[in-house]
Ligand binder design. Structure first.
Ligand SMILES: C[C@H](O)[C@H](O)[C@H]1CNC2=NC(N)=NC(=O)C2=N1
Length: 91
């Protein structure tokens, strides 16, 4: 099991464009059209499955909100930070 990050570590490690909300980190991605967002969700899902670390995803019109937390640890770990960077690479 990964260690929980401190508040300072989270702020220092959080990738640009991501926010910390309680025990989660979150980012809302904007797209030119709805189906581009859906295609992005598919790529995110594939990465999540490969890494076996799964986000919550909300799909809106031309936007996709991704939320990450480490359920087993009960907070934010390096795994969440790492996945955030991997998801950014899928845009
Ligand atoms: C049993 C547990 O759900 C699994 O080991 C994996 C699956 N995906 C997961 N995803 C996330 N975000 N946190 C977890 O703790 C986690 N655990």
């Amino acid at each position: 099991m990964a260690d929980l990050l401190s508040d300072d570590e989270i702020q220092r490690k959080l990738p640009k464009g991501w926010d910390r909300e309680g025990d989660e980190i979150t980012k809302t991605y904007e797209f030119d059209d709805y189906l581009k967002g859906i295609e992005f969700v598919t790529r995110v899902g594939e990465v999540a499955e490969e890494e076996f670390h799964h986000p919550e995803i909300r799909v809106g019109y031309k936007e996709v909100e991704v939320r990450l937390t480490s359920h087993e640890e009960g907070g934010i770990t390096d795994q969440d930070i790492r996945l955030a960077g991997l998801f950014d690479d899928e845009v």
